[in-house]
Ligand binder design. Structure first.
Ligand SMILES: [Mg+2]
Length: 273
């Protein structure tokens, strides 16, 4: 791949850089190659549960030094979205974990509720919550039916753990959607609300200079295509080469590789398949 035309590389984390807590071969060398070529590297995950500083620590453990300003989670992007759209004293009900509460607090929002509330509520934010229950669902339903705006951090149906799949934030979002008969505004991939906020932050308008590299077709690749930037898929996560070959041509990524280093050093998709 010709790296001189790329200014910004957006890397998905799980399946591209790490798997669980294990570094993926070729990832750190790939990141170094990008940086040596003066490509700004940032990290993006739909996982809403962790504060960004925790992800910085996780990456540091495997030898990747990154500033908290270069890590974007669906929770932080939700906070950035609300920073533009909401007032700091708006009342916000959260179905979610530490990541969402922390990022909203950091952004200056003061009226946050996550177990109960007194009406009115201006925003209901829904993400992954391992303590989700009927009562929280009822609170969210009542708030939305009373006019609160409904925001989903992400809609991943499942969530990978070391012991296999568990329900993801999307399963909880669906429950709220059905109970409230309202569609949420979705911040994370494959929607591009969050990606646009990132491009604004780095003042990048020419999408030709941007590549989005991930391991999932239905989130990473679709988001990149919708945004209109260059796209790359690594086979070090969930997608197989077979699945890439079956995609119709307009959906195929611009680049792919066994891992990040392979993708960056390899030829483009059309040459290799
Ligand atoms: Mg991934």
């Amino acid at each position: 791949m010709e790296l001189s035309s790329i200014k910004l590389a957006i890397l998905d984390i799980d399946g591209v850089v790490i798997k669980g807590r294990t570094p993926i071969p070729g990832a750190t060398k790939g990141i170094r190659l990008l940086e040596e070529n003066n490509v700004k590297v940032i990290y993006l995950t739909n996982n809403s549960t962790r504060p960004r500083k925790r992800i910085v620590g996780l990456l540091k453990e495997i030898g990747i030094n990154v500033s908290v300003y270069d890590v974007f989670t669906s929770s932080y992007l939700t906070a950035l979205y609300l920073d533009k759209e909401a007032n700091k004293n708006d009342r916000i009900f959260i179905i979610g974990e530490e990541g969402i509460v922390y990022e909203l607090e950091e952004m200056g929002f003061q009226n946050l509720f996550w177990s109960n509330y007194e009406p009115p509520i201006d925003y209901v934010i829904v993400g992954m919550d391992k303590n989700f229950n009927f009562q929280k669902l009822t609170y969210a339903q009542h708030a939305i039916l009373s006019g609160a705006k409904f925001i989903a951090t992400n809609t991943d149906p499942t969530f990978p753990t070391e012991n296999g799949l568990i329900p993801g934030g999307g399963s909880i979002v669906k429950a709220v959607e059905i109970a409230s008969k309202k569609q949420p505004i979705i911040i994370g991939k494959p929607e591009i609300v969050g990606l646009r906020l990132i491009l604004n932050k780095f003042k990048i308008s020419d999408l030709e200079n941007v590549i989005f590299i991930g391991d999932r077709i239905e989130t990473d690749l679709i988001a990149g295509k919708r945004l209109g930037c260059k796209t790359g898929i690594v086979l070090s996560g969930v997608t197989t080469k077979d699945e890439l070959e079956k995609l119709e041509n307009s959906l195929k990524p611009d680049f792919y590789g066994e891992n990040l280093l392979d993708l960056l050093g390899g030829k483009n998709y059309g040459d290799r398949i």
